[in-house]
Write a protein that binds this ligand. Structure first.
Ligand code: B16
Ligand code: MG
Length: 218
């Protein structure tokens, strides 16, 4: 029985994924690397440093650790500038209502985001108190597809992993949920998220009846 819902942030609750993309694209351009939206899919859910490694690989560039730190900090500065202009109404339609409905059914709700900026984003959207527990990139050693983040979220809400349902927009996130032995709703396209138990186009499309159907799946 599903007793906890664990939400990813970027791409599931709000489109910060777009701000990550334009900040990385700006950096890639400076480095003379062509970086497309298709390639950006690989960056979703993974850590800041891993994202930079993927971009450098695309351009066959090898840089020192110090230089990589400098570039990652630069990208983050741009990203923070972009998100600081964000308004609370940028939260995806239906998400607040869905979280409230889930909680009113006695199901715990946790946030599990690889982002070290998750706290800032939640404050900007004014939704911090919608969650029983919050886990972000500052609290974990291994980012998605490692299951650490989801296992920690389950622990924080005191629910066994097998009774947790993850909402994820990234392939790495779906893989992390599977590795944590949790059920998973993919938010996006079946092409990328086909391994999830259910794929919906938008988070707000999820219906409580689908939770009952997921409960029946082994
Ligand atoms: P930051 P999520 C992830 O957040 C993003 O999807 C991913 O693109 C980003 O690289 C990662 O956070 C780290 O973000 O640079 O802000 O620490 O999807 O797990 O909510
Ligand atoms: Mg995401």
């Amino acid at each position: 029985m599903i007793q906890a819902a664990i939400f990813d942030l970027d791409g599931v609750i709000v489109d910060t994924a777009h701000y990550h993309f334009i900040a990385w694209k700006r950096l890639a351009k400076e480095l003379g690397i062509d970086f497309t939206e298709k390639e950006n899919e690989q960056l979703k859910g993974v850590s800041r440093m891993r994202s930079l490694e993927i971009i450098l690989d695309l351009g066959n560039l090898r840089l020192s650790h110090e230089e990589m730190e400098r570039l990652a900090t630069k990208k983050n500065k741009w990203f923070v500038e972009y998100i600081n202009a964000m308004k609370p109404d940028e939260i995806f339609p239906g998400v607040k209502g869905l979280i409230q409905e889930i909680r009113s059914n006695g199901i715990k709700v946790a946030l599990a985001s690889s982002s070290k900026n998750a706290d800032t984003v939640l404050n900007l959207l004014g939704i911090k108190d919608y969650f029983d527990a919050i886990v972000d990139g500052t609290m974990i050693k291994h980012s998605k597809p490692d299951p650490e983040i989801f296992l920690l979220a389950a622990k924080k809400v005191n629910i066994p992993p097998a009774d947790c349902l993850v909402f994820e927009d990234a392939e790495a996130g779906v893989e992390a949920a599977i590795a944590a032995r949790m059920k998973c709703v993919g938010v996006g396209s079946t092409d990328q998220l086909g391994k999830a138990d259910l794929v919906i186009e938008k988070t707000g499309d999820f219906k409580m009846e689908q939770l009952q159907i997921l409960n029946l799946k082994s």
